[in-house]
Design a protein around this ligand. Structure first.
Ligand SMILES: [Zn+2]
Length: 227
């Protein structure tokens, strides 16, 4: 169990806050916080102790990946709007019947027991309606979809000036068939870092301009107060 929170200024890329849990006290970095590991500490070898410490010190917000799930529907929406495939508020543009057939497989909406029915893109986002985003993904197509993954920065590290950054884990483009594209479109079967996700969503908030995340705004000479 755990979690991360990152606050980023979308206009500048400034990381205003970055926290992860489980955490540890920076003043006592060698004190293990996990009760279970702490109990057995004396019986651990030097290597095991080191592994546990390294794991505790890990900045999970940039070094670990996770499956973003429905938050990724914002990315699919953005690509579809940019490609002119959909618009935000066209009444009744979509109709959720509780699922959608893709290459012989029926993929269900989470609310398959009471389908969403007629909805606009905005309403589909509010309803987090899977079939709508699957449909948009199919219209965008694999090649275009991957070009947006690249533009949003999911295929590379953000190059934040912190050590140990990871990048997204995606199927190779040529391995993505209709079913894989369908699941990617609503955020499943791939992983990204929390930092990549916040950077991509910030890009949307910044009218399409992606900023490199930064933790140091400026360095000034403490005597002269100049750069
Ligand atoms: Zn639905």
């Amino acid at each position: 169990m755990g979690g991360n929170v990152i606050a980023m200024n979308p206009k500048t890329g400034d990381i205003l806050a970055m926290v992860t849990y489980p955490n540890y006290n920076l003043n006592t970095p060698y004190e293990i916080t996990d009760e279970e590991i702490k109990k057995n500490w004396e019986s651990l070898s030097a290597t095991e102790r080191n592994t546990n410490l390294q794991a505790m010190w890990r900045n999970k917000a940039i070094a670990d990946t996770y499956e973003p799930g429905s938050t990724f529907k914002t990315i699919t929406s953005s690509a579809a709007i940019q490609e002119g495939i959909t618009s935000t508020d066209k009444e009744g543009e979509f109709c959720c019947t509780g699922g959608i057939e893709i290459a012989g497989t029926r993929i269900k909406c989470w609310r398959h027991y009471r389908p969403h029915g007629s909805e606009s893109l905005r309403q589909a986002l509010m309803n987090s309606c899977n079939p709508v985003f699957i449909g948009l993904g199919q219209k965008i197509g694999v090649e275009k979809y991957y070009s947006y993954l690249k533009k949003f920065g999911f295929l590379d590290k953000t190059r934040i000036e912190l050590p140990g950054e990871a990048k997204g884990i995606f199927l190779k483009e040529n391995k993505v068939g209709p079913v894989e594209l369908a699941t990617i479109s609503f955020g499943q079967r791939f992983e990204v870092t929390p930092l990549q996700m916040v950077t991509a969503v910030s890009t949307i908030a910044n009218k399409g301009i992606r900023m490199k995340p930064r933790v140091v705004k400026q360095m000034i000479n403490s005597k002269t107060r100049r750069n």
